[in-house]
Design a protein around this ligand. Structure first.
Ligand code: SAM
Ligand code: SF4
Length: 327
């Protein structure tokens, strides 16, 4: 599928807007409700849409949430997803809290070779403060279980905010000295009413400088096929990689190859733009495969060439929060 001069081959599927965590930068600050179950796309709906998207050129899928592993039946859904032949690459983003060794083995047996975890601190008490849950050990154990079971690379996403974990940047990066992990510092994006004040946002240059103040200059690393938008570096002598995802300081829209399917069954061509196209209701109202493919293609015609978060004149701060879109 083509959008402008970009080839779209990557579908990110949010299977639920529910989450067992309450990360302060992700969950809205005011009371919020989750979608009624009947408004959430059923697995069979997601599979039909994914199959059609694959016929149109999607070859990569990432499963996300909310937290994907809170949804019942996720493993049998993943099994069916993995059976789609044209899908070359299936990965999952998770907070890891529900992932035991046994479940990770199951994922590997299904053919899932790539897992991204989220971890913003190495301090259990602070972890509870950031996520609202006392689950540091479970997440830590899941990350190491994945590593020991051969998931490679284990990727770890960290969002840095000045008032939450600024003083841990170097320690988080230092994990790569000991382990072959890919630590990815993601710039905080203001979403919905979870938006924290702008002075809390820490951009890549500052994170990089802080890492280089403890270690030598970061060494740029050549990109590979599965890097996505991360700019990769290495601390001299490290086993792992330090990556930066820079939606704010250096947007990568011109290279964006993604389409998103939200848990409420809408197609979202850009994470940071509010345009969404409903595909679930047409599907439930009997649309044919060709009609659904037309919907997918027409959503892509609305894929913007850049997002509005960095352009003060656009003021396009997404009103959906991250749990419903999936990050
Ligand atoms: N629950 C899973 C997790 O935490 O990995 C998957 C969904 S979560 C929305 C996906 C990623 O988005 C996480 O790595 C999280 O840190 C990141 N994220 C959430 N809110 C964000 C924000 N406002 N700006 C930047 N990244 C954010
Ligand atoms: Fe945290 Fe992910 Fe849940 Fe958001 S969806 S609250 S980032 S665990």
């Amino acid at each position: 599928m083509i959008a402008g001069n970009r080839t779209i081959n990557y579908l990110r599927i949010s299977v639920t807007d529910r989450c067992n965590f309450r990360c302060r930068y992700c969950i809205p600050s005011s009371p919020f409700s989750v979608m009624a179950h009947d408004k959430i796309a059923k697995y069979e709906d997601i599979l039909r849409i994914t199959n059609l998207a694959c016929e149109l050129g999607i070859t990569k899928v990432r499963i996300t949430g909310g937290e994907p592993f809170v949804r019942n039946g996720i493993f049998s859904f993943l099994e069916k997803l993995c059976a789609i032949e044209s899908l070359k690459d299936i990965s999952i983003t998770t907070n890891g809290a529900l992932l035991t060794s046994k479940k990770i083995k199951k994922l590997i047996a299904l053919g899932i070779k790539r897992l991204n975890f989220s971890l913003d601190t190495l301090d259990p008490a602070r972890f509870a403060q950031i996520t609202g849950r006392d689950k540091f050990q479970q997440v830590w154990d899941a990350i190491f279980a994945a590593h020991e079971l051969g998931i490679s690379p284990v990727k770890i996403n960290a969002v840095i905010l000045r008032h939450l974990n600024y003083d841990e940047i170097e320690d988080i990066a230092a994990l790569t000295l000991k382990y072959p992990f890919h630590i990815r510092f993601i710039e905080y994006m203001p979403m919905g009413d979870s938006a924290v004040e702008s002075q809390q946002q820490v951009l890549t240059e500052e994170i990089k400088e802080k890492i280089e103040s403890r270690f030598d200059k970061l060494i740029p690393v050549k990109r590979t096929a599965n890097d996505g938008p991360a700019k990769k570096f290495q601390i001299a002598g490290a086993k792992g990689i330090v990556g930066f995802i820079t939606p704010i300081s250096s947007h990568f829209c011109s290279e964006c190859n993604r389409l998103r399917l939200t848990s409420r069954g809408t197609l979202r061509p850009c994470l940071l733009n509010n345009y969404e196209k409903d595909i679930l209701n047409p599907l439930r109202n009997g649309a044919s495969d060709n009609e659904l493919k037309e919907i997918i293609l027409s959503a892509l015609t609305k894929k913007p060439s850049f997002h509005g978060l960095t352009d003060k004149s656009v003021k396009d701060i997404p009103i959906s929060h991250m749990t419903s879109i999936g990050g």
